[in-house]
Write a protein that binds this ligand. Structure first.
Ligand code: NAG
Ligand code: NAG
Length: 157
């Protein structure tokens, strides 16, 4: 079919090359080969290699909603069922974290006057993960041993 329409074939090939190059340059996340169906729709996670030869890669599903956004009329109400989504949701980015006030660790000297070094170092690692704060924060991050090729049981959602 394609060979009867060379212009179309060229476009398709051009597009494929563009996709390959773009993917290569961005070197984005490595997506899992499987799609998992949960009550609210389908999700695809990412495969994370860990910085250790003793640990196998993990399949990670980030930012999976487990309740409806508690905003507007749902503010301060009991959680409601999550809203379904069409198609496959890419579970590749963290959802927002709930609003919280963190200790100021921008000035090391000042911070170490009010906390032990261990807590300071822990907070330094944690704070970048807590920058996106929102009341719309009811998300789960799910870590599955292995890289999705074997049939691991998932927690039911
Ligand atoms: C950091 O905090 C220390 C101790 O409070 C203070 O002397 C210093 O001026 C601060 N540094 C900056 C860059 O604000
Ligand atoms: C915060 O949001 C920005 C913009 O959406 C995103 O690029 C970044 O990865 C997020 N950071 C975290 C820790 O989720």
């Amino acid at each position: 079919m394609l060979s009867r329409c060379p212009a179309f074939t060229r476009h398709v090939l051009g597009f494929l090359v563009l996709v390959l190059v773009t993917t290569d340059v961005r070197s984005g996340p490595r997506y899992s080969s499987r799609i998992v169906d949960i009550q609210t729709g389908a999700i695809r996670g990412i495969i994370l290699e860990l910085n250790s030869r003793h640990l196998e890669p993990v399949e990670v599903f980030r930012g999976v909603p487990y309740a409806a956004p508690p905003i507007g009329p749902l503010r301060f109400r009991a959680p409601q069922a999550p809203l379904p989504w069409p198609g496959t949701r890419l579970a590749d980015t963290f959802g927002a974290v709930c609003p919280q006030k963190l200790p100021d660790v921008s000035n090391r000297t000042a911070a170490l006057q009010s906390m032990p070094k261990g807590r300071y170092q822990y907070l330094k690692k944690l704070v970048p993960l807590l920058v996106n704060q929102s009341e719309d924060c009811l998300f789960l991050n799910i870590y599955v041993p292995g890289s999705g090729e074997c049939a691991h049981r998932l927690p039911s959602l």
